[in-house]
Design a binder for this molecule. Structure first.
Ligand code: G1P
Length: 891
């Protein structure tokens, strides 16, 4: 058997190569554009192509479909009238060779955002190079070029046939009415290919006339059209054949249709027969195929003329490469480990991919119907803010209209601004962490931009299907501050019996979904606590900058601002629940629309009292010590009101989430952080899965806490190394000055992913590492956003602080090259900054601080804030240059 080789970077823009990529059937790669054309492709050209849940050009695939051929792009050659060869490796004959040691050589090369397979068959003297990508314009199609070369000394006669099965309908019809929906197919043969336009979009809740058409078009290198077509799947494969051994190809059928034929009511295949040619020794022929999904009427002849020739293919491919390179050029790392820097290119791409694919449209992500979840949306914006600040601020603002006045929010977000849905299955569920993310992202936005006015912008609230109206039937609007207050204060009073915020239908961990009554999330109580304090700080800055004394808030909120002129008792669960029930009672008749003026100083102190009360409560009640003397935080209570973590007859129980947020929030002091690190090293660290697991093995199906305990241990939310939480752990450690410990977390993940033999994952960070060490759910994961954020704002320490530029590197000695340099490119204040840190004495992280900052060669003043340099925004924003060079001396 040929050995799958590890990936190697071969260029400067993340391009990589994998030898014998064909030896793993679970690898796939995304091809997409911002018009939401979404493809997945494997080394055998398997995968699917779609623009949304209801518009799949190729049959939707899950991970376990990738090793059959029902959804593979194919291109066949019949050689010298006898040998049948599939350039994608999808023939029965090629399958039979698997594990024999005589497999064909298959090499993958991929880059931003293209995929190339080179397959060589030495017996046939043929080499094929197949390149796929999606053009970056507004057309929704995937292009594929097949180049075939005769590598032998004698001429070969070849009969080429392209074959892409056209599914042409909604993913819902994969099982539901798969056959009946084929009766809707209206198929035509065109000059260059086959098009299907189903009559209806089939949905028993109400069928609709369908407007979407799906086509497979093709041409030779010079644009010459195919000679004919086999559009009906059963005719193409033959009654006794299959997609791996199609009769039309095997028997060289000349029973093909010419352009202009119409066939109704059958499963369709874009099978395009090209003219037979003689390929001389050393000669090459090329074919270009386009797989298109069109929502409107299209002139397919024009579309074929636009794309289907070698010249056009190369032109759009170049454009595609330039587009993505340009898009990602705004963040670039240059450290001593160039391989890691290249790997980060893929991580940087990931948040963009999730914006395009949501969490639904790659083979591992076989759930949901598109759109993104609330927390994912906000967290992906963290990275997008570092890459494309302008449009993201609008996006943030629009997202606030998804907040409900009861503090919960719409959970599924469509692709249009302000397009929200309650939940994908129309079940109203509340994830208690949702209210916390918008503040984190908005704080990053304000720090990067200095735009404190954003807090005063008015926005509406979400109410099922529309915007919330007040008792006078007017759309009600409140400031962004008011939205934050609603989100935080409603949770603040919504506590369980141990005075932590109720877990409700889950928190960040979707798997904790069975403790709706008595479950509590201590972990997220900590995050809300620090958010309350952060909000107070933002309000102080706003008051100072705008000379503002009062702000307007919904009258109803005064109930929740209880420290202002009332007695309060945050130690009492009953007291808190009473306040919340008063608020809910008042809002239940609809919001009045009346506003009150609140003194900012009083509001700030209210938030501080609340935040501090949480911190005290957590340290007094949730900092635990095991019998063995280990100390860490308890993160949860189950639905029987039992504390989750600590000693247990089945072994110590500990979660990473329970530690991450108290550390990130600043609840834990230095000693406590060190003890958390020690306990995590003892109970959660496992290098065979890339570092820190999400939890210890509870050895119990805890139906009083969540579905995750039903998953086998070491998988997904039950104790895998779950990248998102691990990276947030690293972020929290860096934030609190634990650079070495923070670095280890990321390094373990990276080293594991790099070990391709075990991880089997292309460059980029996967959602988790499973019990066998495999990287799972690649590309679409919030961990990418957090990793990019951590690299830029913590490790390289380049971040904003209310608009000013902070330079606060936490780079270890190993990050600096032989000259003691480490560099980052990033945008700030609309300028591209090329920042080089100079650590010529190779000092350790705790031994250096910023000594000098030069902008374009000129030394500039800065404020030294505990070793970090704070540079006035104007020194950057007012420069006439678009790109600035910063040299930062560390000493
Ligand atoms: C996924 C979900 C995310 C959820 C997490 C844990 O993680 O998208 O919303 O919080 O599982 O259940 P991701 O890797 O995408 O961050």
């Amino acid at each position: 058997m040929k050995k799958l080789d590890k990936w190697k970077f071969i260029g400067e823009n993340g391009e990589f190569k994998v030898e014998n990529a064909d030896q793993s059937k679970y690898l796939y790669f995304p091809l997409a554009n911002e018009a939401e054309m979404m493809s997945a492709i494997t080394p055998r050209l398997h995968g699917d192509i779609k623009t949304g849940q209801n518009t799949f050009a190729m049959r939707p695939v899950s991970l376990e479909d990738l090793h059959n051929t029902k959804s593979a792009r194919n291109f066949w050659l019949k050689v010298n009238g006898q040998n049948i060869w599939s350039v994608s490796g999808n023939s029965a004959a090629q399958f039979a060779k698997q594990f024999s040691g005589e497999e064909e050589d298959v090499e993958l090369e991929a880059g931003l955002l293209w995929h190339k397979i080179t397959r060589t068959n030495e017996n046939l003297n043929l080499k094929a190079e197949i390149t796929n990508f999606v053009p970056t314009n507004s057309d929704t199609l995937e292009l594929m070029q097949v180049k075939v070369k005769n590598t032998g000394d004698e001429a070969l006669k070849i009969e080429p046939t392209a074959a892409v099965p056209i599914y042409g309908r909604s993913a819902d019809n994969l099982r539901d009415h798969r056959h009946v929906t084929s009766l809707l197919h209206r198929t035509k043969t065109l000059e260059n290919g086959v098009v299907v336009k189903p009559t209806l979009s089939f949905d028993e809740r109400g069928h609709k006339q369908n407007e979407v058409s799906y086509a497979v078009l093709g041409a030779e290198a010079d644009g010459k059209a195919p000679v004919g077509f086999f559009p009906v799947l059963e005719d193409y494969i033959g009654d006794g054949g299959s997609l791996e051994w199609p009769e039309a190809v095997v028997l060289s059928s000349d029973d093909y249709l010419k352009a202009g034929a119409e066939i109704d009511g059958y499963e369709t295949v874009g099978a395009l027969k090209f003219e037979e040619i003689t390929l001389k020794a050393g000669a090459e022929a090329a074919y270009v195929i386009a797989i298109s999904i069109a929502e409107e009427e299209v002139d397919y002849d024009k579309l074929a003329a636009k794309y289907c020739s070698q010249e056009k293919f190369e032109k759009y491919l170049t454009e595609n490469k330039e587009f993505w390179e340009q898009k990602l050029s705004v963040v670039d790392f240059n450290s001593a480990d160039r391989e890691f820097d290249q790997w980060m290119k893929w991580v940087t791409l990931q948040p963009i991919l999730r914006r395009i694919y949501g969490c639904s449209f790659l083979p591992s992500h076989d759930y949901g119907r598109g759109g993104r979840g609330w927390r994912d949306l906000w967290q992906d914006c963290l990275a997008l803010l570092l890459m494309e600040p302008e449009p993201v601020s609008d996006l943030l603002y629009n997202n606030f209209s998804g907040v409900r006045i009861d503090g919960s929010n719409a959970t599924i977000i469509g692709s249009e601004p302000g397009e929200f849905k309650a939940d994908r299955n129309n079940i109203k569920r509340v994830w208690m962490d949702h209210g916390a993310w918008p503040l984190i992202t908005t704080k990053l936005y304000i720090d990067q931009s200095g735009d404190l006015d954003f807090l005063l912008k008015e926005q509406s609230y979400f109410e099922e299907g529309s915007e919330l109206k007040d008792q006078n039937d007017e759309i009600y609007q409140g400031t962004v501050i008011e939205h934050f207050l609603v989100q935080h204060l409603t949770h603040f009073f919504d506590v369980g019996e141990h005075n932590n915020f109720l877990l409700k239908n889950g928190d960040w961990n979707d798997g904790l979904d069975m403790a709706e009554n008595r479950g509590e999330s201590v972990a997220f109580t900590a995050l809300y606590g620090s958010n309350l304090l952060e909000l107070a700080e933002l309000l102080k800055a706003l008051a100072a900058e705008k000379d503002l004394e009062k702000i307007e808030l919904a009258e109803e909120l005064s109930i929740l601002l209880d420290t202002i002129e009332r007695d309060f008792n945050y130690g009492s669960v009953d007291y808190k629940r009473k306040v919340l029930s008063d608020y809910r009672q008042t809002c239940s008749q609809g919001i009045s629309g009346r506003k009150i003026e609140v003194d900012l100083t009083e509001l700030i102190s209210d938030l501080e009292s609340k935040g501090q009360s949480i911190f005290e409560h957590l340290n007094q009640n949730e900092w635990i010590e095991t019998e063995a003397g280990d100390k860490f935080y308890n993160g949860y209570y189950d639905d029987d009101g039992q504390r989750l973590e600590g000693d247990h007859p089945k072994g110590i129980r500990m979660t990473l989430t329970g530690q991450v947020f108290p550390v990130m929030a600043g609840v834990a002091d230095e000693d406590q952080i060190q003890q958390v690190v020690d306990s995590a090293d003892k109970y959660l660290k496992d290098l065979s899965v890339g570092g820190y697991r999400l939890n210890t093995d509870f050895k119990e199906l805890k139906t009083n806490l969540g579905r995750l305990f039903g998953f086998a241990y070491g998988h997904k939310e039950n104790g895998a190394m779950f990248s998102h939480m691990a990276v947030m752990y690293s972020n929290a450690l860096y934030k609190q000055g634990f650079a070495e410990a923070g670095h280890k977390v990321i390094d373990y993940i990276y080293q594991h992913c790099k070990d391709f033999d075990t991880s089997r994952t292309y460059p980029g960070i996967p959602e988790y590492i499973n019990q066998r060490g495999r990287g799972m759910y690649p590309y679409l994961t919030g961990s990418a956003s957090w990793l990019l954020l951590t690299e830029v704002t913590q490790i390289f320490g380049v971040r904003g602080e209310l608009g000013n530029l902070v330079l606060d590197p936490k780079l270890l000695k190993s990050h600096f090259d032989a000259q003691g340099e480490a560099a980052i490119k990033t945008i700030f204040a609309d300028k591209l900054l090329n920042i080089t840190y100079l650590n010529s004495n190779q000092l350790k992280v705790d031994d250096y601080q910023v000594q000098e900052v030069k902008i374009n060669g000129q030394t500039v003043n800065f404020e030294n804030k505990a070793g970090a340099a704070v540079v006035e925004r104007s020194l950057i924003s007012e420069s006439a240059e678009e790109e600035l060079k910063l040299e930062v001396v560390l000493n």
